[in-house]
Design a protein around this ligand. Structure first.
Ligand SMILES: Cc1cc2nc3c(=O)[nH]c(=O)nc-3n(C[C@H](O)[C@H](O)[C@H](O)COP(=O)(O)OP(=O)(O)OC[C@H]3O[C@@H](n4cnc5c(N)ncnc54)[C@H](O)[C@@H]3O)c2cc1C
Length: 441
């Protein structure tokens, strides 16, 4: 195969996509702005696939952890990022942590040495008008390219900030305490889970929001304003004793079936994925530190045993509304010669970004061979993450997400929590190998 593909952005996703294509015999032009005299606000070096913050790829436990399973699946498909991470591993218990310089140097050297890869240090300012391309410019996409993406996708479908509300696994919510109703009891469908609070519980909870440890905005994040609609719950709490009761915790019209009366306040959760396994705490975006969120949110009636698929946060983060914009193989529906990959698609994390880069590269290679690219099964970590991004997630509330077992089709039947996780990973491993081997034959 001699066709060329243009990859924009040499981060985790772009580097993995380039490797997959190059190994499939496709010539790659990899454009990376670092090294051209420019730098993003978070990167420090010119190395490809630089880790901008922690040196951890998180859990490497492929038996009972979703990101560990994703590691294993990527290794099984010949991932460059995983190979470089494994070769530069440093001790970190069951986590995969790396010597960041050795790891990034290994990725850069292997791509630079590949005969099918041309690395060009340049900033790209517009989506290519023709030719197959993969956009993998990440959460800090340079401004002009972001404008071009906004023009192609519609400004409403491109976000510059994430305002993340926590997400709870449905099976960890105590439905003996909570009940289903419509939002503020308007409409016919009972779509919301309601957690009732007495006045004493509400006041203690508000105080917890005020007193809790918060993460600070970085200097370069301070310049990116958030909309009133995305105001952190802790900021709203500070505005007055009852501000939350007139906002996200409004109890109006919500008769608690146990008392027949409105509670003093409610916390509402709304279904967040098509499978109904994940529920979003409506309006609970917050800058509280993660440990503080777990402690405080478990004081909410009905959430004492809550398991969180995602905790809240607010960061600068450029990402598109993928469930609305992308097809099942990451192509922009309106401009199908362009694929998106990495954090800009709304996945979250180093490993997830590289994983989506891997799939974008493999899909593009299949397309160039004249084949219809086959997404991995939804029962695998790769397939579950991809399925969430490309349609499983609710487009109206779409926010970045790590891989987690809540994205997988549930396995029915009663099981202990540990056994259930093992059942997910065993099913995933078998299904991934069957998918990979079917593509080879
Ligand atoms: C400050 C910060 C800290 C983070 N910390 C963590 C963490 O600790 N752990 C974790 O798992 N995840 C973390 N993330 C989230 C995410 O995993 C990383 O951002 C990850 O690097 C995303 O991979 P990516 O390939 O999508 O983007 P990136 O790795 O950012 O790669 C995008 C590349 O595109 C280049 N680029 C941008 N615009 C252009 C352009 N116009 N032309 C050419 N090149 C361009 C950039 O220079 C960059 O090299 C963090 C994110 C941020 C912003």
């Amino acid at each position: 195969m001699t066709r060329e593909i243009h990859i924009i952005g040499g981060g985790l996703a772009g580097s993995e996509a380039a490797w997959q294509l190059a190994e499939a015999g496709v010539r790659v032009r990899l454009s990376e702005l670092r090294g051209s005299g420019e730098m993003t606000a978070a990167h420090q070096t010119d190395s490809l696939a630089e880790l901008v913050c922690s040196n951890s790829f998180r859990s490497d436990d492929a038996e009972s952890n979703a990101v560990g399973l994703l590691h294993a699946e990527m290794r099984a498909l010949g991932s460059l990022i995983m190979a470089a991470a494994d070769a530069n591993r440093v001790p970190a218990g069951s986590a995969l942590a790396v010597d960041r310089e050795g790891y990034a140097a290994a990725v850069t050297a292997r791509l630079a040495a590949h005969p099918n890869v041309e690395i060009v240090r340049e900033r790209v300012d517009a989506l290519p008008a023709s030719g197959l391309a993969i956009v993998a410019t990440g959460p800090l996409t340079a401004a002009r390219l972001a404008e071009s993406i906004g023009a192609a996708t519609g400004a409403d479908a491109l976000a510059f900030f994430d305002a993340i509300a926590p997400i709870v696994h449905h099976d960890s919510i105590d439905m003996d305490i909570c009940w289903m109703a419509s939002r503020w009891d308007k409409g016919d469908t009972k779509d919301y889970i309601n957690c009732p609070m007495t006045k004493a519980q509400y006041l203690a909870f508000r105080q917890g929001l005020l007193d809790g440890d918060k993460t600070e905005f970085k200097q370069w994040e301070k310049d990116t304003p958030y909309f009133e609609g995305c105001m952190p719950i802790d900021v709203a709490a500070a505005r007055g004793e009852d501000t939350l009761r007139y906002g996200p915790m409004k109890p109006v019209g919500l008769d608690d079936p146990k008392t027949g009366r409105w509670p003093h306040a409610v916390v509402q959760l709304r279904q967040d994925n098509a499978l109904g396994t994940l529920w979003n705490m409506v309006g609970f975006q917050t800058k509280l530190k993660h440990a503080e969120q777990v402690r405080l949110f478990r004081t909410i009636p009905g959430l004492a045993g809550a398991e969180f698929a995602r905790l809240g946060g607010l960061h600068r983060n450029t990402f598109i509304n993928s469930p609305q914009l992308l097809d099942a193989t990451l192509r922009l529906k309106s401009v199908p010669h362009i694929r998106f990959a990495g954090q800009i698609t709304g996945c979250e994390g180093y490993v997830e970004s590289a994983a989506i880069g891997m799939l974008a590269g493999r899909f593009a290679a299949a397309e160039l061979r004249g084949e219809a690219p086959a997404p991995p099964p939804l029962t695998t970590a790769l397939g579950a993450l991809l399925g969430h991004i490309t349609g499983g997630a609710d487009a109206a509330t779409y926010q970045p997400m790590n891989v987690n077992f809540g994205l997988f089709p549930p396995i029915d039947g009663r099981m202990k929590k540990g056994d259930r996780k093992k059942a997910y990973t065993e099913r995933a491993k078998a299904d991934l190998l069957a998918w990979r081997d079917a593509l080879r034959s």
